[in-house]
Every structure is written in C-alpha cells, then in structure tokens.
Design a protein around this ligand. Structure first.
Ligand SMILES: Cc1cc2nc3c(=O)[nH]c(=O)nc-3n(C[C@H](O)[C@H](O)[C@H](O)COP(=O)(O)O)c2cc1C
Length: 225
C-alpha cells in the first residue's frame, strides 16, 4: 500500500511517457479516487475532459495547426504567471527551468533545442491520455484553489496506480481553440491539462527532482512552546 508520504514524495512531473494505451477503467479509477478532494461548500468546481486515441491526436493536431499559423497566446484574462514575476518567485521559476535544460544538456544558447523541448508539451510528452480541467469563468480565486486540490489528488492517485502525470498549463495558450474544439459552454474555460500514463523509466528528463523551500522559510510558527 502506498502511504501518503510515499505518494507525495514519488509524485514528480513526468515529461516522458511510454506509449502504452491506458484503458478507460484505469483513468476512471484515478478520477474515482480524486473526486473525494475537498472544495469549499462542496461545490466541486471542476469538469474533466479525458482524451485518448483519435481524440488525443485531434488535440495535438489542433496545437500543431495553431503553432504553424503562428497563433498568439490565447491565455486571456487568466495568465499563467503574473506580469513581471518578482522575487523570490522569479528565481525559483528560473532555477527549475535551468535544472531541466541542464539535465537534458540543452544549453541556454541552443534556443531551438529549448523550444523543441517546450513544444513536447503539445504532444503531452508522449502520454497516451490527457485530462483537460475545465472551470467556469464566473468562479473566483477560492474555486480555482479547490480545483488545484482536485488536481493534486489526481496526481497522487496516479502514483498509487503506478502512473505518472505532468500538469500542463502550457495548454492555456490555446484556451480559445480548445473551448471551440470541445464545444465548451460560454463561461467555461480550460484551466490546465494533465498528461497521464506510464513513466518512461529510461528517460533522463524523468529524473528531475526540483528543489523546495524549507518549511522554516515559508512558515511562521506562533504560540508554540
Ligand atoms: C498548475 C500547474 C501547471 C504546470 N504546467 C506545466 C507545463 O505546462 N509544462 C511543464 O513541463 N510543467 C508544468 N508544470 C510542472 C511544474 O513545473 C512542476 O510541478 C514544478 O517545477 C515542480 O516539479 P515537480 O512537479 O517535478 O515536483 C505545472 C505544474 C502545475 C502545478
């Protein structure tokens, strides 16, 4: 049995998957566990669109077509990062990117190489399944936070099932196209994708262990003896 601690420690972003298809039941099982995530007022402000096979390929083709046409980002009013990200957040973001490219031996000067690696986002890093997380635009920050709890629950349940995930807000750049593709309701938007499948154990990229700030650096303990 996987303990919570093990699942938390083993969950890392997987950026190379084996191509083996996942049965619908395996995806259902992960979502069945994750649906017990908490949300304020038990609103459960999420919808999931799970794609595999031809449906997955169609989304990849959509991204390819959009990029070939030089489509600008469609992030809209909900950008992935605030403008001019400030310290210490800016440096943390920079560091994990540099660590990733160092592991892959893609130097800063190799811009095409870095772009090629980033572009793998739009193929779900080879994952056979992708989950698109949809939220209603009328929801507030609270509900977005609750959606995040649901996403982490998906990732932990996937670990327990021997699967890997990569959350992919990269797909935010195609929000309008995805809304049209999935025929979302007027107020609905794709927040994020999650690539899901079996991690490729041979891939160096899956050995990236990103750093974390120490508990003391983000916690103020008050009133303890
Ligand atoms: C909401 C969210 C969106 C993310 N989007 C992407 C993405 O588009 N592409 C990617 O490669 N990683 C993405 N990540 C992964 C983060 O870079 C990763 O979680 C972070 O660097 C910590 O590393 P770890 O997940 O391996 O512990 C995302 C993570 C989260 C939580």
């Amino acid at each position: 049995m996987t303990t919570v601690t093990e699942a938390l420690q083993r969950r890392i972003s997987i950026r190379a998957f084996l191509p083996d298809p996942l049965p619908r039941q395996a995806v259902h099982d992960v979502l069945e566990r994750a649906r017990w995530a908490p949300s304020g007022g038990n609103v459960q402000p999420w919808k999931v669109i799970a794609v595999a096979g031809a449906e997955r390929d169609a989304v990849i083709a959509l991204a390819q077509a959009a990029h070939a046409a030089g489509a600008p980002s469609e992030e809209g009013d909900d950008p992935v990062y605030p403008a001019n990200l400030w310290e210490p957040y800016r440096s943390r973001r920079f560091k994990v990117g540099e660590d990733l490219y160092a592991l892959l031996q893609i130097p800063r000067t190799d811009r095409p190489g870095r772009l090629r690696q980033f572009a793998r986002n739009y193929q779900f890093f080879g994952a056979p399944v992708a989950l698109f997380l949809v939220i209603d635009r009328r929801m507030g920050r609270g509900q977005w936070a609750h959606l995040g709890m649901f996403m982490q629950s998906i990732a932990l349940a996937a670990v327990e099932a021997g699967l890997g995930t990569c959350m992919q807000e990269a797909w935010a750049t195609l929000r309008r196209s995805l809304a049209a593709h999935f025929a979302l309701a007027q107020d609905e938007m794709v927040y994020c994708a999650i690539a899901l499948g079996r991690p490729d154990p041979a891939a160096a990229v899956n050995r990236l262990r990103s750093e974390r700030v120490a508990v003391e650096d983000f916690t103020t303990f008050r009133g303890f003896t």
